[in-house]
Design a protein around this ligand. Sequence first.
Ligand code: ZN
Length: 205
Amino acid sequence: MTVRDLHLLGSPLLRQRAVPVAAVDDEVRRLVDDLFETMRAAKGVGLAANQVGVGRRVAVVDVGPDAPPPLVLINPVIVQRAEERETAEEGCLSIPDIFGDVARPLAIAVEATDRDGRRYTTEASGFKARAIQHEIDHLDGILFLDHVSAVKRSLLLAKWKKARKGKPGYLKENEVTIRSGEAKLVVMRSNIATILKSGAEAKSA
Ligand code: ZN
């Protein structure tokens, strides 16, 4: 498994409609595994293939232990939408640190193919339903910013441009977590060293 680079707002891939997967082969399974690993490294709850530069209809969702199981969404289609809508704040790994309120159906039924190539249908509500809809939007070249009001969108885009000033390109090396992981390891090592040292001192004292 590999943690892949993330495509940020500005990448043409994020605005393209992804193409359906004809067959779930080793390459698709590797993509699914990489999506999960990249999503977890970035501390996200969902990730679509075009966010890592692959224009195929593959996404993953894992909103955590409160709403299991994690979902593999290959060629997903929303087959049912609740009439009731809910507005909540959304963010996106491709538009870091930018958040906006989006209204979406509160519950959905989605049909998709899993990692073993089997077609399945599942229902979801609340945060999980929101995450699934957000990822399927990605596969259609739609971003959550498209759902916020025009006024709010221009404010968020201005904030984004300011934050990205001096940072060329639209690829983000997904290494922040790895770095903090390494830092944690260093801290742990120095703690162990401290513990060992204090232990030695205690003994010698
Ligand atoms: Zn997103």
